[in-house]
Design a protein around this ligand. Structure first.
Ligand code: ADP
Ligand code: MG
Length: 313
């Protein structure tokens, strides 16, 4: 029986760091990513995909703000849904083609996905994630007054709106993801960490927040009973003393040891930190689970346990 691998795709899988952000360039990068991802399926695994959306949703918000005089800007949760559609479309097209070329059945399919968060999550009392355009201090103060947004100075570059990054509690569309997997399709779900929603009666209501995509991938992988959580990013391995002369790349590490390293502060908040956090949550909550943090080009080797940082219980 084939094993389920849940892949979390980082920013570099979707867009070139400093390259142009037009559709053609994005599709080109996604095609390269798809050519590597198809190898995971060829190796006999089932695949489910979670991806980031930071730069993309940022640009959608910007487009909406810039065109506010012409057509009403959409709120942040709706922009998140747009980004899932946009990125998912490119992955469907690119990975679909790679799979067809390899004679593989079961096409990728994007699910606009909501992820449940707790309105009383402590993250809401201290928003940390900057989103959307930069403003002057004056503009920022005006926006804060008019819209009630939290505005913060962002690393000397100007003022921005900041939103909370709450913990993902559940993937709302999990039954649909399961159905797609059982039917042999490759689901692309919880893109950008999912659209954060809270309960509203028998339904849900979108809120302005950003769920970390690595944590959303953990939640999805754990809920699906996946064997492997594969976090693909720019670096081949997580390191101790990252960026210092004594830097040391990590291979196979026990969850217990990795937790100690995390507590010692080896993994930067907002980049490697959430990946290690997601990996540990995944491995520590189920027997026989493996989390792998590696680069795109090592994806298959990573799944086989031959590359990257491999975290096991
Ligand atoms: P993604 O878009 O894939 O989520 P991030 O930029 O958020 O990528 O996180 C990956 C980055 O984390 C790496 O490119 C690296 O610069 C940085 N990083 C921070 N701490 C570490 C560490 N201890 N080991 C390896 N990389 C680290
Ligand atoms: Mg990141």
């Amino acid at each position: 029986m084939s094993e389920l691998v849940v892949v979390a795709l980082g920013g570099n899988a979707l867009q070139q760091g400093k390259g142009p952000a037009d559709a053609e360039s994005q599709l080109r990068v996604v095609r390269q990513t798809a050519a590597l991802l198809v190898e995971i399926v060829k190796a006999g695994n089932q695949l489910a995909i979670v991806h980031g959306n930071g730069p993309q949703v940022g640009r959608i918000v910007l487009q909406n703000e810039a065109a506010a005089d012409i057509t009403p800007p959409m709120p942040f949760d709706v922009c998140g849904a747009m980004s899932q559609g946009m990125i998912g479309y490119h992955i469907q097209q690119a990975l679909g083609e790679c799979m067809a070329e390899a004679g593989l059945s079961g096409q990728p399919v994007t699910l606009v996905s909501q992820v449940l968060v707790d309105a009383s999550d402590p993250a809401f009392t201290k928003p940390t994630k900057p989103i959307g355009p930069f403003y002057t201090q004056e503009e920022a103060e005006k926006i804060a007054q008019e819209k009630g947004y939290t505005m913060k100075e962002d690393a000397g570059r100007g003022w921005r709106r900041v939103v909370a990054s709450p913990l993902p509690l559940a993937i709302v569309e999990l039954p649909q993801v399961k159905t797609l997997l059982n039917a042999g399709f490759v689901p692309i779900a919880a893109g950008g960490g999912g659209i954060p929603v809270t309960r509203q009666g028998k339904g849900y209501s979108g809120i302005a927040a950003v769920i970390d995509k690595d944590l959303a991938a953990w939640r999805m992988a754990a809920s699906l009973g996946a064997k492997t959580l594969l976090i693909l990013t720019e670096v081949e391995q997580a390191c101790l003393y990252y960026g210092r002369p004594e830097q040391q790349a990590l291979g196979v590490v026990s969850a217990e040891q990795m937790r100690t390293y995390m507590e010692e502060g080896h993994f930067a908040a907002g980049s490697m930190g959430p990946k290690v956090d997601a990996a540990l949550r995944f491995v520590e909550t189920g027997a026989g689970r493996t989390a792998v943090i590696t680069s795109l080009d090592k994806a298959v080797e990573g799944v086989k346990g031959r590359a990257g940082t491999i975290i096991k219980s």
